[in-house]
Ligand binder design. Structure first.
Ligand code: ADP
Length: 413
């Protein structure tokens, strides 16, 4: 071969990007291109004569040798590609990831092995990175999947609970409905019974009253003070009983027929004056009513009887539930509404009773020794509802009670 051709081949050989390494049957390097030297960190020509095992890391050399010997015995072509990867040893001790293709040829009767080598560290790292990334992704997906599963089962559970709750509520509603209907029925029966009984009481009571009046009349001649005293007591007690019965009958009427409103204009002063006058009959010894901040000219447009019943019940309670020599205060002030505040320093309302005092027939424990029916405040509340008024009670047991009645100045249906 002429010199220029040899130079040409040499340049081709050296300029290959892949490393080419040719070893003889002893495994010694007889030829290599620059790519191999660059790859393994050797100087030009430094590798010639070295055992190829010197390019293999210590731990792998034995296997490699066996492999090479086997290759000499049964030579064949191994193309570069997947699976033909091995580790190389850089001159500076660094481990290299390599890929190899093997081939052989004979020259002048001698066997030569030819290896095509390229570095795959970068590819390897990328593969590893992708693998890791995939693994992480898989883990993430798995985790999200398990979170999703637990979320779904949680949802299913709460759904089931919700369904049960709805069922229970429906049951409870049904039960309450039934109980309410029963209570209504009972209430009606109670009112009917009370009204019937009241009617029955009314006739003998009016007989007793007539008889007492007659005794009083006959006694005018003899003028026995004891007889006079007792007939008076009979008359006043019958009067009390009559009031109670009137309350009962009024309630029954209210429930059955409703109440026909009769609206008129009147001054609050007129109502209060007449109430205070009537109250004189039930005041105890030394007990008095004191009116402060009396806005006497303020006018109301309402059903006068209803306003009278409301204030009368509250005022009479204040008198009834406070003692001798006490003062019952009435304060009246108006703005958008008319406020009537009635204050006493009597027995007060126990805390546990406060929420019940507007219930029909309810009486607090401390009120039981005092005559009453538990109807008055119930009637008050019903009337107030009808005329858009309100009532507020502040009370402390043994200290006293302050009731504020608030009425709109004009009745509006
Ligand atoms: P009663 O006929 O018993 O007075 P009410 O309906 O008027 O019926 O009042 C209900 C209950 O509220 C009374 O039994 C009493 O326990 C309590 N109460 C109402 N007003 C007063 C008050 N001024 N002081 C103390 N307790 C009161």
């Amino acid at each position: 071969m002429d010199k220029s051709k040899e130079v040409f081949y040499k340049i081709c050989f050296d300029s290959l990007m892949e490393g080419i390494c040719i070893a003889n049957h002893e495994g010694r390097i007889v030829m290599n291109n620059s790519a191999v030297e660059e790859l393994f960190g050797y100087e030009k020509g430094e590798l010639i004569g070295k055992k190829i095992t010197s390019l293999i890391p210590e731990g792998q050399r034995k296997i490699h040798l066996e492999y090479f010997q086997n290759f000499i015995k049964h030579p064949r072509v191994y193309k570069k590609g997947k699976g033909r990867e091995f580790l190389g040893l850089h001159k500076n001790g660094e481990i290299l990831d390599l890929e190899i293709g093997l081939n052989y040829f004979t020259h002048e009767g001698k066997f030569f092995a030819k290896a095509l080598i390229s570095e795959i560290s970068l590819r390897k790292r990328k593969e590893l990175w992708i693998k890791q990334k995939n693994k992480n992704l898989e883990l993430e997906v798995e985790e999200q999947e398990s979170q999703l599963i637990s979320l779904v089962s949680e949802l299913e559970l709460s759904n089931r609970k919700l369904k049960e709750e709805i069922k229970e509520r429906a049951f409870a509603e049904q039960r309450t409905k039934l109980a309410l209907e029963k209570e209504k029925e009972l209430n009606l029966m109670q009112t009917k019974f009370v009204s019937l009984a009241s009617h029955e009481f009314k006739t003998p009571l009016s007989g007793i009253l007539t008889s007492a009046s007659l005794i009083q009349k006959y006694n005018e001649v003899q003028s026995n003070p004891r007889v006079a005293k007792h007939t008076n007591t009979i008359k006043s007690l019958v009067g009390q009983l009559n009031n109670v019965l009137d309350d009962f009958l009024f309630l029954e009427n209210l429930e059955r027929k409703g109440y026909p409103m009769n609206i008129s204009r009147f001054k609050i002063r007129e109502v209060i004056n007449s109430l205070v006058k009537d109250a004189g009959a039930i005041l105890k010894e030394g007990q008095r009513i004191e009116i402060s901040s009396y806005e006497s000219n303020t006018e109301l447009q309402h059903d006068r009887i209803i306003v009278d019943i409301i204030i009368r019940n509250v005022l009479y309670n204040a008198i009834k539930y406070s003692g001798k020599n006490s003062v019952v205060g009435i304060k009246i002030h108006s703005g958008k509404n008319m406020n009537i505040v009635i204050k006493d320093d009597g027995i007060g309302i126990p805390n546990e009773a406060k929420e019940h005092i507007f219930d029909r027939f309810y009486r607090a424990k401390n009120a039981l020794p005092i005559q009453g029916t538990g109807i008055g405040l119930n009637i008050v509340k019903r009337h107030l509802q009808k005329i858009n008024g309100s009532i507020h009670v502040e009370s402390e047991e043994t200290k006293g009670t302050e009731v504020t009645i608030s009425l709109p100045l004009t009745f509006q249906d």
